[in-house]
Design a protein around this ligand. Structure first.
Ligand code: SF4
Ligand code: SF4
Length: 179
């Protein structure tokens, strides 16, 4: 699993653009060269996208109540970048990452933040954006009816395990075809 540790790991950061593009190229090339073997990864990515769409309403209903009054918005620029699992997901969906602006401080407002909220469709946001819930938001969600929250929590666990399955299968194919 050496390649995984060199390029595709949780340390991957946008600041090292050369490394980031190498990682993207590694993923893209694998999908191009081993499309058949990666068909299951593509299927899981699509299922994941649909399932993220399925939790959008619940999240939106809650953030719409809490976030407009927030004094310390969590959408800072460093959160707007894809990690390596996001890159696998996006490539499996035959999409490409956005062109990131250069020279933006990590702590500056996220480059995708607009007056109406995030400019990226929920299912295509960096995954971390979809599972970040600040304490105020959690408290608000907990104060609502328990059934929708329970259903959301269950769906969210499914999402996380599906995402892991997608990554595990990708790395299996990567390892099998490593030259
Ligand atoms: S999730 Fe929490 S920290 Fe982020 S904008 Fe909403 S209220 Fe603010
Ligand atoms: S939710 Fe959107 S605006 Fe907020 S940090 Fe993530 S990408 Fe940026």
């Amino acid at each position: 699993m050496a390649l995984r540790h060199q390029l595709l790991n949780d340390d991957l950061i946008w600041h090292d653009r050369k490394r980031w593009y190498e990682a993207l190229s590694l993923i893209t090339n694998l999908f191009e060269r081993h499309k058949g073997e990666l068909a299951e990864v593509e299927r899981i990515a699509l299922a994941l996208r649909n399932k993220i769409g399925g939790v959008d309403r619940f999240i939106q209903e809650n953030t719409a109540q809490v976030c407009p009054d927030c004094r310390k918005v969590c959408c800072i620029n460093k959160h707007g970048y894809y990690d390596h699992q996001d890159l696998i997901y996006i490539t499996a969906l035959a999409l490409t990452p956005p062109q990131y602006g250069a020279g933006i401080e990590d702590a500056a407002p996220c480059q995708f933040l607009s007056e109406t909220g995030c400019g990226i469709e929920r299912s295509l946001r960096p995954f971390r954006c979809n599972w970040h819930f600040c304490s105020e938001l959690i408290a608000f969600m907990n104060s609502g009816p328990p059934k929708p929250l329970r259903e959301f929590n269950n769906k969210f666990r499914e999402l996380q395990s599906l995402r892991q399955e997608m990554a595990d299968r990708f790395f299996l194919i990567l390892t099998m075809n490593r030259s």
